[in-house]
Ligand binder design. Structure first.
Ligand SMILES: Cc1cc2nc3c(=O)[nH]c(=O)nc-3n(C[C@H](O)[C@H](O)[C@H](O)COP(=O)(O)O)c2cc1C
Length: 362
């Protein structure tokens, strides 16, 4: 594919993500099925809550990673620079969008170079597993080093590819690619979905390949099938409308990842409020990710409004922590919770797995 085509596609993705009808219609994250239990005697001050966490050797003040979105065009550069400023100022992590354009266009690198603006931020590089399969590990390591990232997210997006005009259809050797990168990259490798989530068998195969870090990017938020369906024509558009609701909800994906033995779990996919975020962490996530919601407020309303919106998000997260009786994120992970029937029916998928019987508290 030509560089200019990739750039055009990326900018179309941004437009659709900001203004299009691209959320799941019926599928929810199932985070609403997690009821944290009220503690009428919190015995602590709101300002003493500790929301910090360390991931991949970087401290986060608040457990939010602005999830991978963009890179490769002038517009993408402006977005990445603003997201980096926000992440630096507020103590969040930041995911760069797919670095595929850097493979063919030397000028593309500028749109991912945010390290100077964000010297302390946990920065995650990004590439598709299909691209990674064809590249030497040294080439991938160079991609990460060029942008000063701390870890590499390797994304899996087969549903999106099948609906995307000209998308990939050969997904062979994905697990082998992960095994090679985990063994050779010399930096943490994060297996990342993009909105269809992680099933128990997928989590187990990733674990078997040596992967210990996962961004579940589950169903219930942005539907990449819906985004591509709007760009597709004919049979691919029809496939897109058929598969719009496809995927494993975010809440179930987090539990599956936990039960498979993953060490780091990032809960992305439709996390919309501080309450959702707290629920995801209670299920076992170490941090949560948000993509489209941040982009929308930033593109529509600008930096100041984004900071106000993030203040509200943090305020609600902290209120939920206090009311659930948690003073820190590890305490939040141990909080009592009531799980609704719809989430339970997903969790039954994993019921026979031996690791679950030993480890799971859900
Ligand atoms: C405009 C846009 C571009 C994205 N590009 C990438 C990408 O390049 N690589 C990737 O791993 N995920 C990408 N994603 C997926 C997000 O990182 C995230 O997994 C997904 O959108 C679900 O989160 P959300 O419901 O908060 O949007 C993109 C998402 C958006 C909205």
């Amino acid at each position: 594919m030509q560089d200019s085509d990739i750039r055009r596609r990326k900018d179309q993705h941004l437009d659709l993500a900001v203004s299009g009808d691209v959320a799941f219609h019926e599928t929810t994250t199932l985070l609403e099925q997690v009821r944290l239990v009220h503690d009428a005697l919190p015995d602590r001050r709101l300002e003493d809550l500790d929301t910090s966490v360390e991931l991949f050797g970087r401290p986060l003040r608040f457990p939010l990673i602005i999830a991978a979105m963009t890179g490769g065009s002038a517009r993408a550069r402006q977005i990445n620079l603003r997201l980096a400023q926000i992440a630096q100022q507020r103590g969040y992590g930041l995911g760069l969008g797919s670095q595929r354009p850097m493979l063919t266009d030397p000028d593309a690198a500028a749109s991912y170079r945010v390290r100077e603006l964000a010297p302390d931020v946990l920065l995650l590089g990004n590439i598709g597993v299909v691209q990674a399969r064809a590249l030497a590990t040294s080439r991938l390591r160079a991609l990460v080093d060029q942008v000063g990232a701390d870890a590499l997210c390797v994304h899996m997006n087969p549903a999106q590819e099948l609906v995307q005009p000209g998308g990939d259809t050969d997904f062979r050797a994905g697990a082998d690619t992960f095994a090679r990168l985990v063994a050779e990259l010399g930096l943490p490798v994060v297996a990342k979905e993009t909105g269809c989530g992680i099933a128990p068998h997928t989590a187990q195969r990733l674990h078997h390949a040596g992967v210990r870090h996962v961004d579940v990017s589950g169903a219930g938020g942005t539907s990449w099938v819906a985004i591509e369906a709007q760009r597709a024509t004919g049979g691919q558009a029809a496939l897109g409308s058929l598969l719009r609701e496809w995927g494993v909800p975010t809440a179930a994906s987090v539990v599956f990842a936990k039960n498979s033995g993953m060490r780091t779990i990032i809960a992305t996919g439709g996390v919309a409020t501080g309450l959702d975020a707290a629920r995801a962490i209670a299920l076992g996530a170490d941090a949560f990710g948000m993509a489209r919601a941040v982009l929308q407020v930033l593109e529509r309303e600008g930096m100041e409004a984004t900071h106000r919106w993030l203040d509200e998000l943090e305020r609600s997260f902290r209120a939920v922590m206090l009311l659930a009786g948690a003073g820190s994120l590890p305490e939040l992970q141990r909080c009592p919770r009531v799980i609704g029937a719809r989430l339970r029916s997903w969790l039954r998928l994993d019921a026979g797995h031996p690791r679950r019987r030993r480890r799971s508290r859900t």
